[in-house]
Design a protein around this ligand. Structure first.
Ligand SMILES: [Zn+2]
Length: 270
């Protein structure tokens, strides 16, 4: 599933090709994505200029001179900038034709993605309730500490809650907790301010490392044959059950926490 680093890498890959362009037309081959593509999408966006390509959580936001498009890649979606006459392949559901003869094409085999139009994206129901971005100044150890007060839930579930902080998926949560030395099942309300400071820093570190890995292995977003790769930062605990902990040599353990597989070292994480 595309996670925050993949979405950010996509944003960086497509933004230079889209910013300043106008949308000439829209082709929707299959509107049945996670939410239906609006029937009046072409009417809404035709002739509009793309002023910026932003990311909020795992949504890509194409800010137009009136309104915005919210794009989500779901489980399996990817975006490409291609010549406008590129033949459609299976699962190419939506094309935004640009005024330079190219297009932005959404391919999404599992159709959990979304293409939505909104007059004001910041107040859209999918966006409005989200917590800070991990790279926001507002995201600090103090912030996590304050939000955690009185919470009995496992800290891993706490940091994966998008209302608390966006974009911390299962892999990144496991890795960040390992780096911070915090046991994933520990109650969120029973962790001190300083440890939350380490955790906030660790979350940024793992996400930054993963975005950097995406940058160095960056797929060509204009290559029609390019497959959407998944770059994985070098994982220290995730997926390494029974292998030695890179810090102490003890066995990495696996446990389900909140329905998700969690990996940790019981000696290094408390
Ligand atoms: Zn260890």
């Amino acid at each position: 599933m595309p996670e925050l680093p993949e979405v950010e890498t996509t944003r960086r890959g497509i933004a230079p090709h889209l910013t300043g362009r106008r949308i000439a037309d829209v082709t929707v081959r299959n509107p049945n994505l996670r939410w239906p593509v609006p029937a009046d999408l072409a009417e809404r966006v035709r002739g509009r200029q793309i002023q910026a390509v932003r990311r909020r959580a795992k949504y890509l936001v194409l800010e137009l001179d009136a309104g915005a498009l919210l794009i989500h890649l779901g489980m399996s979606g990817n975006l490409r900038v291609l010549p406008g006459d590129s033949p459609a392949r299976p699962h190419d559901h939506v094309d935004l034709m640009l005024d330079d003869g190219r297009m932005l094409r959404l391919n999404d085999p599992r159709r959990f993605g979304a293409v939505l139009w909104t007059a004001d994206w910041r107040s859209h129901p999918l966006i409005a309730g989200l917590g800070p971005e991990p790279f926001d100044e507002a995201f600090t150890g103090d912030y996590l500490y304050e939000r955690a007060q009185g919470r009995q839930q496992a800290v891993k579930n706490f940091i994966m809650d998008a209302r608390v902080v966006t974009g911390v998926g299962n892999i990144y949560a496991s890795e960040a907790l390992f780096r911070a030395g915090i046991h994933p099942a520990r109650a969120a309300g029973r962790i001190g301010r300083e440890r939350y400071g380490r955790l906030a820093a660790a979350i940024r570190e793992v996400l930054e490392a993963s975005i950097a890995a995406g940058g160095t292995t960056l797929r060509d977003f204009t290559d029609p044959s390019g497959k959407p790769g998944y770059f994985v930062l070098s994982l220290q605990v995730y997926g390494r059950a029974d292998l030695p902990c890179p810090r102490c040599g003890g066995a990495v353990r696996q446990q389900r926490i909140g329905q998700r597989s969690s990996f940790f070292c019981a000696r290094c994480q408390h």
